[in-house]
Design a binder for this molecule. Structure first.
Ligand SMILES: C[S@@+](CC[C@H](N)C(=O)[O-])C[C@H]1O[C@@H](n2cnc3c(N)ncnc32)[C@H](O)[C@@H]1O
Ligand code: SF4
Length: 188
């Protein structure tokens, strides 16, 4: 049987704090379950037969994967790398993404992600307006996002997605465009 293109999605359902708008399966105050969950994930991945799939993407989403200790992320990726030794697409050519909340990530974590093969970041920003960020329950400011983004670029990530939301409370298209233009300070 020929192999099929295959994307692996790994859900990390833990967050530092639940945002007011979020519909994802994610929990705050469940730190006691993190290790148990990661062990269960690894057990399931260990059992999975990847021989008939050609894995081309791996996506660590959540929840907030950047909230948990970097070692858990490294362990997950090491296990997958070993499972995929015979994968047609080489490990270096697989697109590997991790979702990052600027309030939970450090330079050390980003460096560990890079070293473990992650080559794409998806950073949750939502808005460039600090007042609005607070209102929707985010744990970071726009400047903290900029700091995360700039460190990521410095480390060598050149595939970075940024999540923005529209139709937030009191947000009009005119105000959104004005604020976005004024605050658009990222180097691409
Ligand atoms: C899992 S989160 C991204 C990573 C991280 N947890 C964070 O929030 O920074 C995925 C993205 O989905 C979007 N999102 C979450 N809840 C949503 C909702 N109810 N409606 C639309 N978009 C939502 C946000 O833009 C968020 O960044
Ligand atoms: S940090 Fe992300 S996953 Fe967690 S509650 Fe906020 S939007 Fe949802």
């Amino acid at each position: 049987m020929s192999s099929k293109n295959f994307g692996i999605y790994i859900h990390i359902p833990f967050c530092a704090k639940k945002c007011n708008y979020c519909d994802f399966i994610s929990f705050e105050n469940k730190n006691n379950l993190i290790e148990k969950y990661i062990n269960a994930l690894k057990e399931e991945m260990e059992k999975f037969d990847f021989s008939k799939c050609e894995v081309t993407t791996i996506y660590l989403g959540g929840g907030t994967p950047s909230y948990i200790k970097q070692n858990y992320i490294i362990e997950i990726l090491e296990l997958l790398k070993n499972k995929l030794v015979n994968n047609k697409t080489k490990w270096e050519d697989i697109e590997i993404t991790i979702e990052v909340n600027p309030g939970t990530v450090t330079k050390e974590k980003l460096e560990a992600y890079k070293a473990s093969g992650i080559n794409r970041l998806s950073i949750g920003l939502q808005s460039t307006n600090d007042k609005l960020l607070k209102q929707i329950g985010r744990i970071h400011t726009y400047n903290e996002f900029l700091n995360t983004y700039n460190i990521a670029k410095e480390i060598g990530f050149n595939n970075i997605n940024v999540d923005l939301m529209i139709a937030l409370p009191n947000q009009t298209i005119r105000r959104y465009k004005r604020k976005f233009r004024k605050n658009n300070r990222v180097k691409t």
